[in-house]
Design a binder for this molecule. Structure first.
Ligand SMILES: Nc1ncnc2c1ncn2[C@@H]1O[C@H](COP(=O)(O)OP(=O)(O)OP(=O)(O)O)[C@@H](O)[C@H]1O
Ligand SMILES: [Mg+2]
Length: 232
């Protein structure tokens, strides 16, 4: 098991918003977490990565208790989080953002080769290499955020609503990119409002409602469901 979360309680200023959440992600597995606005999905992801320290429960990554580790340390261990918003350095260029991502991992590897790989997946980033991140379109910014994450070859990629604000065409492209990343062996935990996309991509799906994980099921079973409305 790559990631194991057990009985996680999390709150803000004493108000609990995640209640006893448990989930797991195996090596190379593609898992989705879906649920309505305010269900606690982002809170759960932030707690896994080390941004939030409140509450109780276990978070184990490759068997190690990471509850007290910072996000920066987790990145070096291959656990990379792409935020719902604000995952870029707005006043730096596309290339500088990618270079900083490489710097964050603090691992010696061939940056030129990794850049080539990111540019192969997102050609637009090569074209816009010198452009400031905050002048990219919304869709391009999303591509840069995901590009920064895959540049460092994570073992586990946590994505918080990467499809938000993208046109249907871009959502499709993003889905293909995520499938490709997954096929290359990276485990993915994808948080999505786009339920259709999430279910079509993931091997296993968790559903969250008002702070609790209320369902876990396989891709096959979720595809067979007539309606998901009863879950929300
Ligand atoms: N910094 C904060 N301080 C206080 N309450 C917060 C904070 N961040 C989130 N919350 C509250 O915690 C609950 C869960 O929020 P969270 O962002 O985890 O939901 P979400 O499932 O990611 O929703 P969305 O789909 O809208 O992104 C919400 O009621 C939200 O208002
Ligand atoms: Mg959220």
């Amino acid at each position: 098991m790559l990631l194991e979360v057990r009985n996680l309680d999390v709150g803000y200023q004493g108000k609990q918003v995640v209640f006893g959440a448990s989930l797991r992600v195996d090596a190379g597995e593609f898992v989705a977490l879906i649920g309505h606005n305010g269900a606690g999905k982002t809170t759960l992801l932030k707690t896994i990565c080390g941004y939030l320290k409140t509450g109780s429960g276990d978070v184990r990554y490759r068997g190690e208790d990471i509850r007290n580790l910072s996000p920066a340390v987790n990145v070096k261990k291959g656990l990379v989080f792409v935020h719902q918003e604000k995952s870029l350095f707005p006043n730096l260029s596309v290339l500088e953002n990618l270079q900083l991502a490489a710097y964050a991992i603090g691992k010696a590897y061939n940056l030129e080769q990794r850049l080539k790989e990111v540019y192969r997946i997102f050609p637009i980033l090569k074209d816009r290499e010198k452009q400031m991140a905050n002048t990219l379109s919304g869709g391009q910014q999303k591509q840069l955020a995901v590009g920064m994450a895959i540049l460092v070859e994570p073992q586990l990629l946590l994505l918080d609503e990467p499809s938000l604000g993208l046109s249907p065409n871009l959502v499709k492209d993003l889905g293909n990119v995520l499938k490709e990343i997954s096929n290359m062996g990276t485990a993915i935990l994808l948080v999505e409002q786009n339920v259709k996309m999430a279910i079509s991509l993931a091997q296993r799906i968790y559903v969250m409602r008002t702070g609790q994980i209320i369902l876990e099921d396989t891709h096959e079973n979720m595809m067979k469901r007539e309606s998901l409305w009863d879950l929300f």
